[in-house]
Design a protein around this ligand. Structure first.
Ligand SMILES: Cc1cc2nc3c(=O)[nH]c(=O)nc-3n(C[C@H](O)[C@H](O)[C@H](O)COP(=O)(O)OP(=O)(O)OC[C@H]3O[C@@H](n4cnc5c(N)ncnc54)[C@H](O)[C@@H]3O)c2cc1C
Length: 544
């Protein structure tokens, strides 16, 4: 955050710092300082050629701040992209490209509560041992150009480890793509990065149909909004003490900073996040020992070099779009895996693009059956670890610094030296003395129990509805949020992890990239559509 002579006297009054980096810096113009709502106290502004820092003293009309980011005389609809991770960044990139190509003026507010624009949960890590879980040739952010990431890495002198890049490098790649898209789209379309929590989304903005309610009583009026909010935080499987020694979400910025103090750590979950946490913590302190616990103690399988042989996805024959039966599907996959010349990995990978379609053709009962009995086996085969990660994990296990235990957390209590973690294993309870307990169990399973104010508000107002499995929310085939009555919104859209219940395979880059590319045109069209009141049918009045 910049500071200047004009900001100092007022900094005493800062309630909650909010920063926005101005992407219109190339133009070096000074911001306009008109505040349309006289009740609002102007933010403390300091403006340099490359940065706009905003510190609110009371309320801020963020609509005006979005206005600041554009060249003088700028105009156009405002799209609020809520969440600055890969979903938000890719949406912004494709939207910039589409607006520039069609010469449609547009202002995009890219909002992230942690200031992790272009990085999000997955790519904000700076640990070089945190690798992508897919080879570089499957992680291109450019639809239709699978070699794009590998070429970018080669041009930047980055050599993948057995074909796998670090997640930090991928974050840099996304950031550069975004910056490039901004340069090319200016001055027609611009982006303002805002660091702030969006705590509500309602109709009836002052100047535009949507109003985003921001922490510290800020607000931003927009024509269209995109929920690119990623995965929900994990839920504790049993009551846990309100202690800093319980880390409820290892991916929050700084969450693991104090953990590597040499005391034992219990990690709940044995998936890819656990592997990253174990690598980080054992690397940060030579004494740290990690005990990873999950019901079945299944670890992700290891990647191997993909073969060049084309494999047909093992989909049971069924009338086009007709129902698919889970038992038959599993049989097909097993037979194909057993017969695959180069290993089951090719079969799993070949099936991946068909997962959303297959998922939608399973009956509700089969979907539940899959989640209850099959998913954990599918996940360890589908989400595999890179060879370098597998080598490191083997070393840690051989050295006794990582143990993987079957069991279920049943209780946690504080002790004078840390925590007593009770784990049920086959009917008996064992106690583990630990300095720390880390929840790496993945997104909380029931969206209707969310306490996130934005999601809670949308669900309560009927502007969003949970999918029948409650894994996330529902949208139509092109990303428009479904209201409580099932009507597609013409103003609010989503992509990526929130659609897990509907598509199942929707959390990784290839799927998010394709969804973002498809969403861009629809967002532009929505910006140009006549304004209709925002309300869930049958719930008018509750939304505004
Ligand atoms: C550790 C990890 C590693 C992964 N590795 C890979 C990989 O190698 N390959 C792959 O394809 N996929 C990987 N994934 C899957 C990953 O989900 C996607 O690749 C992608 O990063 C998801 O991006 P997202 O933007 O949807 O979510 P996120 O990265 O979670 O970003 C969402 C952002 O929105 C912000 N936000 C949420 N709510 C609000 C609000 N109300 N107001 C303001 N901001 C808000 C959050 O703070 C967050 O920064 C990984 C996931 C994780 C967690």
């Amino acid at each position: 955050m910049t500071s200047g002579a004009t900001t100092r006297p007022l900094e005493r009054d800062v309630v909650w710092p909010v920063s926005a980096q101005n992407s219109g810096h190339a133009h070096g113009h000074r911001p306009r300082t008109e505040f349309t709502d006289k009740r609002l106290v102007p933010a403390v502004l300091s403006h340099q050629a490359s940065e706009l820092a905003i510190k609110p003293t009371e309320n801020i009309c963020y609509s005006d701040l979005v206005g600041y980011s554009e060249p003088l005389g700028g105009r156009g609809a405002v799209v609020a992209v809520i969440g600055g991770g890969a979903s938000g960044a890719l949406t912004t990139i494709y939207l910039l490209r589409a607006a520039a190509a069609a010469r449609i003026p547009l202002r995009i507010a890219l909002i992230d509560r942690h200031g992790q624009h272009g990085l999000g949960q997955a790519y904000a890590t700076v640990n070089p041992a945190h690798l992508l879980n897919s080879p570089a040739d499957r992680m291109s952010a450019v639809a239709g150009d699978p070699g794009h990431l590998a070429r970018w890495a080669a041009a930047n002198g980055i050599r993948p480890d057995d074909g796998f890049l670090s997640r930090a490098d991928f974050g840099r790649y996304l950031g550069e793509l975004l910056a490039d898209a901004e340069r090319r789209a200016a001055p027609t379309a611009t982006v303002t990065r805002i660091t702030c929590d969006v705590v509500g989304l309602t109709g009836n903005g002052l100047h535009r149909p949507l109003r985003l309610h921001l922490a510290a009583d800020g607000r931003l009026d927009a024509d269209v909004a995109v929920l690119a909010t990623g995965n929900r935080t994990p839920a504790a499987p049993c009551p846990v003490p309100a202690s800093p020694r319980y880390v409820g979400d290892p991916w929050l910025p700084g969450a693991l900073d104090g953990v590597a103090d040499g005391s034992a750590v219990v990690v709940l979950g044995t998936g890819l996040t656990m592997l990253d946490v174990a690598i980080s913590l054992t690397g940060a302190h030579p004494e740290t020992v990690v005990h990873a616990v999950s019901r079945h103690a299944l670890l992700p399988r290891e990647h191997r070099c993909p073969s060049d042989r084309a494999v047909q996805p093992p989909i049971p024959s069924a009338p086009d779009g007709g129902p698919v039966d889970l038992a038959g599907l599993i049989r097909h996959v097993r037979v194909a895996a057993a017969q695959a010349a180069d290993g089951w990995q090719d079969v799993v990978d070949a099936l991946r693009p068909d997962i959303p379609g297959l998922w939608q053709r399973l009956s509700p009962a089969d979907k539940r059956r899959f989640l209850g009995h099959v998913a954990r086996y599918w996940e360890v085969h589908r989400h595999r670890m890179p060879p370098a990660t597998a080598r490191r994990i083997d070393q840690l296990r051989s050295a006794g610094r990582l143990s993987v235990l079957p069991g279920r957390l049943v209780a946690v209590s504080e002790t004078p030296t840390g925590l007593c973690v009770r784990i049920e294993q086959g009917g008996r309870v064992v106690e583990v003395a630990a300095g720390w307990l880390i929840n790496a169990t993945g997104p909380a399973p029931d969206v209707t129990a969310t306490t996130d104010p934005l999601l809670r508000g949308l669900l309560d107002a009927g502007l969003a509805r949970p999918d029948p499995l409650r894994l996330g929310i529902e949208a139509d085939a092109r990303g428009a949020l479904l209201t409580a009555s099932g009507t597609p919104s013409d103003r609010i859209f989503t992509l990526g992890p929130p659609l897990r219940g509907q598509l199942y395979e929707t959390t990784a880059i290839p799927e998010i990239r394709d969804q973002a590319a498809a969403l861009a045109g629809r967002l532009l069209a929505a910006c140009r559509a006549p304004v209709a009141p925002l309300a869930a049918p049958g719930m008018e009045g509750s939304a505004a």
